[in-house]
Design a protein around this ligand. Sequence first.
Ligand code: XIL
Length: 374
Amino acid sequence: MKKISMIALTLMMGAASVFAQGWGRPPVEDPTGYKDTYKDYFTVGVAVNINNVTNPDQIALIKKNFNSITAENDMKVVSLQPREGEWNWENADKIANFCRENGIPLRGHTLCWHSQFADWMFVDDKGNEVSKEVFYERLRTHIHTVVNRYKDIVYCWDVVNEAMIDGDGRPTRFQREAPSPYRQSRHFQLCGDEFIAKAFEFAHEADPNALLFYNDYNAADPAKRDRIYDMVKKMKDAGVPIHGIGMQGHYNIYDNPKWENFEAAIQKYSELVDNIHITELDMRINHEAGGQLQFSREGAALTDEIKKMQEDRYAEMFEIMRKYKKVIKNVTFWNLGDRDSWLGARNYPLLWDENYEVKNVYYVVRDFKKNKKK
Ligand code: XIL
C-alpha cells in the first residue's frame, strides 16, 4: 500500500512539473528584456545587419529586448542608390519588413553623410563638378524616394550625419585662423552649410510626421558640442524642420566621455530640442573612442578587472540617461553581439559576446532596479 502511494506521488509530482514547464519544453526563460525594464524611461534599440534579422536565435534576442531598430548599413546612400537611378532595395526592405512584421519602429539612418555616400551626385557624365542646384535636385530625389518608401515604419531619420569638424576648434601655431566649425566634406565645399538645411527640408517635405535628427560622434566633447549647438540653433532660428540631436556614443571604458561632459551636453542640447537619442552606443575596452572610421581592431585582454570597468561605465551612463528621460527618448546599441561590432570582436563593446552568449553587463544594465536595492 505504502509502495503504491509512493509511486502515485512520484507520478503526480512528475505530472505537476511537466505541467509547470509545458509538455516537452525546456524551462521557460525569463522573458524580461530591455524594452520592459526601460519602458518608463526611453525606447531601447539596436543596429542590425541582415544576419541578425534572419537567424532565429538572434531574432529572439532582438524581439525580447528592443523596441527600436536601425539598419547598420543598408539604408545608407551608397547602399540604396550607388549609381543614379539604380536602386538596391533588397536588404533595406528585408529589415523594414522585419520591423513591420514584429511591430518594431525603425530609426532611419542616414540620408546625407560624407561617408558611404553617392559621389555621382557631385559630377556629370564627363566627371565635371555639377552646380549645387543639380546636386540638390539629386539629393532631393534620393531623400524623397527613400523617405516615402519607408514612411509607414520609420519614425525618425538621421537626416544629416557628422557635418561638424573634430578637434577643439582652437587656432594652432600653424593656423592662426580658427578652423571652420564644419567638416570640409564635398557637400560643404560645394554648398556651404546650406546643404544641411536643404536635406532637412527635403526630408520634411517627404514625411512631415517623421522626427528629423542631426547625428554626430564626440557630441559630448565641449568644443564639438558647442559647434553642434550653434549649427542646430542657426537652423532652428531659420525655421528649418529639425527636431532632435543624435549623440552617437562610441565610448570607452576609461574616460571618454567624462560623465560631466556627457551631462552638460544633454543639458545644453535640451535647450534647443525635445528629443535626444543616443544613436550608436558601444563601450570599447581600449583607449580609443569616437565615430572615426580609422580605429584599432585590437582591444586589450578581457580580464575580470576590465569586465568590471565596463559594467561600471555602462551602469553609470544608464543612470545619467534615466535622470534625463524627459529629453532622452531612445538609446540604441550599435550592433547586437560583439561578433557584429564594427569595431571588431576584440573590443568587446556590447552586451552579448561573439557567440551571442549573454554577458554579465547585460544584466547590470537591464536589472538596474534590483541592483540598486543591494
Ligand atoms: C559603420 C558601420 O557599422 C560599419 O559596418 C561600416 O563599415 C562603416 O560605418 N558612425 C555612423 C555609422 O554614423 O553609420 C557608422 O557605421 C559608425 C560611425
